[in-house]
Design a protein around this ligand. Structure first.
Ligand SMILES: Cc1cc2nc3c(=O)[nH]c(=O)nc-3n(C[C@H](O)[C@H](O)[C@H](O)COP(=O)(O)OP(=O)(O)OC[C@H]3O[C@@H](n4cnc5c(N)ncnc54)[C@H](O)[C@@H]3O)c2cc1C
Length: 639
């Protein structure tokens, strides 16, 4: 289906677009709001903030999550911080600079208007969260404290030790709970959305499965918001929570929603390295650590000495060497590739040679152990618990790992997908980060979407719709339920010999090798051939077992892995289509002499928006051209 894309970017100067849009959007009057119902799938930062805001506005809201509490959404894992252009440090920050850094950080593959709005709203988020009681770190005098993140030369990251996501989520959860108490929000935990209800070309609800009882139910509404997070787990090993998946946005895609830039995935430079064949999860060491930690490898290949015995003269601080202006705070895509380059060249450390050092010795001698403990104590404890090594006395070992996905459902300026009535917020959409997200900007985007964008834009849509009106007995609802029942039955009948994870692991390894940190035409073509073969094997040989009538985690996994198999193909197609390197998308064929990404603005300055061909024979791409009117398209440099 060829998509018609209208990004609905308001006219006028960049700085006035959002204000003007808000002033001219249609409104739903307070008395009418309670006649409209809205479904929010997801209760992470984006979903919880959106559901709480809708409830406060007076809409009837249903919110769903698959965890047993909204507090367990993956957002809770976020460690390092949240950006905002408050300029508390008086170091030259501004809304414009945050906008500029984000566009440049994303390698000029994001929409100017969306990114500017994000930077503009960043300041409101901090005020909102402080009012909720989020315990951000403070200076001695009481002012909120900041630190730096990659890709910026100012300190604009607000944080709560290494638990920023947890504290922000507790704030959003408290706001959500208030609405649950006031009965404006009906919360459905341990419930997974398995399909959408589309009727007359509009999204009218969702079909869910209760993960404890297996009950399949339909829920209708006037609009649906998907705030279901990212799909890094397509790589099997990632820093995301084990349950993170692509199901909700893939179901939307199967109904005709455009999927934008699915190959734009972020590999984070500082994860604890893989240590064995049967590992199922990777642990992030926050980017904030690069404020004080220095990244290095030995200058001599295969140097097996204890790092503390390697003298300064025999260390290569390769980020400081290659990128003197940004040094250890180079953006993630660049820092990850630089680590891979050193390891591939034989300078890696640790048992498998796939590691580099992150060293705090200088910072500890300069600031003292107590100061470092105050900044990063819980991260250091986590590292010590996992590796058995003390990072206060010996450098951490780190290596890049899948972490975040910039691609997602295509949305217009109002965060509406190509299906009317279906919105996407947070990591589930593609809106703001282009080809590489800057650290501490995901929490900012999720909360901007949920607290400040979608509460306005959904009203603009609802005001054009008659409230209510769809019965759960409608044939389109019945048909959606039927599809879900059939899928569940298919998975339950899988009676092979291998656990579902076996196939997920195989897919993940393939994706990491062929569509991970670096990609080639030949590798992507090979993956495109292997994925359908693996998918067939999965359906033939995987074993699910148990019943559909109670808690069955193999059944849950089977559905998610089946969707990853389909989605992975689209990721590879997208990566193959983009014959350039930009941000996290590094095609080996397109690089400069010194190994940097070589963009091709003439042919690829667009968002690639995929849809299924009408005859079901594959996927096709529609291009949303990107225009840079306020920032000059330039080669990205951090040197
Ligand atoms: C280890 C780690 C550390 C990070 N640290 C930072 C940081 O310091 N700063 C920063 O800005 N970003 C950070 N990020 C990124 C950031 O945490 C995420 O991008 C962000 O939290 C995503 O929020 P979200 O609300 O979009 O999705 P999530 O928090 O992932 O929430 C998704 C929600 O959707 C629900 N859901 C999903 N599918 C379904 C379904 N089919 N049916 C029902 N419910 C469903 C889940 O139950 C959950 O409630 C970090 C990421 C990781 C992995």
């Amino acid at each position: 289906m060829n998509l018609t894309l209208d990004a609905k970017i308001p006219s006028g100067p960049l700085e006035q677009k959002w204000q003007k849009h808000k002033a001219t959007m249609k409104l739903v009057s307070p008395a009418n709001k309670r006649k409209y119902s809205v479904i929010v799938v997801g209760s992470g930062l984006a979903g919880a903030s959106a559901a709480a805001s809708f409830g406060e506005l007076g809409y009837k809201v249903k919110c769903f999550c698959f965890q047993d509490s909204p507090r367990r959404a993956h957002s809770i894992a976020a460690q390092g911080g949240i950006n905002a252009a408050k300029n508390y440090q008086n170091d030259g920050d501004s809304v414009y600079r945050l906008f500029y850094d984000t566009i440049k950080g994303g390698d000029f593959r994001a929409r100017e208007a969306n990114v500017y709005r994000l930077a503009e709203l960043s300041v409101n988020i901090i005020d909102q969260c402080v009012a909720q009681g989020v315990p951000f770190a403070r200076e001695y005098g009481g002012l909120l404290s900041n630190r730096s993140f990659g890709g910026a030369q100012v300190s604009r990251t607000f944080y709560a030790k290494g638990q920023t996501g947890q504290q922000l989520l507790l704030g959003a959860y408290a706001a959500l709970n208030r609405q649950i108490h006031d009965r404006t929000v009906e919360m459905h935990t341990s419930t997974e959305m398995l399909d959408l209800i589309i009727s007359d070309g509009r999204c009218r609800g969702v079909v869910t499965r209760n993960l404890r009882t297996g009950a399949i139910s339909s829920h209708v509404a006037d609009a649906v918001v998907l705030a279901t997070g990212g799909y890094s787990n397509v790589f099997f090993l990632s820093t995301s929570a084990k349950g993170c998946n692509v199901t909700s946005i893939w179901r939307a895609y199967r109904h005709g929603a455009g999927m934008a830039n699915p190959c734009f995935t972020q590999i984070h430079p500082t994860s604890i390295p893989v240590s064995g064949e049967y590992q199922s999860k990777l642990t992030l060491m926050s980017e904030s650590l690069r404020n004080d930690g220095r990244v290095w490898v030995p200058k001599n290949k295969g140097d097996k000495r204890d790092p503390r015995e390697i003298p300064e003269s025999e260390r290569d601080y390769y980020l400081e060497r290659r990128y003197p202006s940004f040094g250890n705070l180079s953006p993630r895509d660049i820092a990850s590739r630089a680590a891979k380059e050193r390891c591939d060249a034989g300078f890696g450390v640790g048992p498998m040679g796939l590691g580099v050092y992150l060293d705090f010795a200088d910072a500890i001698s300069r600031l003292g152990k107590t100061a470092i403990e105050a900044r990063y104590g819980n991260l250091f404890d986590m590292y010590a618990n996992i590796t058995g090594e003390d990072p206060y006395s010996t450098p951490m070992r780190i290596y890049p790992a899948p972490h975040y996905t910039m691609g997602g459902l295509w949305v217009d300026y109002n965060l509406m997908t190509t299906i009317p009535g279906l919105f996407a917020a947070g990591e589930a959409n593609f809106s703001d980060h282009g080809a590489n997200r800057l650290g501490a900007s995901a929490l900012m985007q999720g909360l901007a979407d949920g607290y400040f964008v979608i509460p306005y834009t959904i009203g603009d849509y609802l005001a054009t719709q008659k409230p209510g009106g769809m019965s759960t007995e409608h044939p389109d609802v019945r048909a959606a339920e039927e599809r879900v029942n059939k899928r569940v039955a298919t998975f339950l009948s899988m009676n092979g010999r291998k656990p579902v994870d076996h196939y997920h692991r195989l897919l993940g390894r393939l994706m990491w090798d062929k569509c991970g940190m670096s990609r080639t035409e030949a590798g992507l073509k090979e993956a495109l051939q292997r994925i359908p073969e693996m998918r067939d094997e999965f359906y033939k040989n995987a074993f699910v077992g148990g019943s559909g009538a109670d808690l069955n985690q193999e059944l849950e996994k089977a559905g998610r892995v089946a969707d990853f198999f389909e989605f992975a193909e689209l990721m590879c197609l997208d990566a193959l289509n983009r014959n350039e390197s930009c941000g996290g998308h590094f095609r080996e064929e397109y690089q400069t002499e010194d190994g940097e990404a070589l963009r091709n603005d003439q042919d690829y300055c667009y968002s690639a928006v995929w849809s299924q061909k009408t005859d079901g024979s594959g996927h096709e791409v529609t291009k949303e051209p990107l225009e840079f009117e306020n920032i000059k398209l330039a080669t990205r440099s951090y040197k």
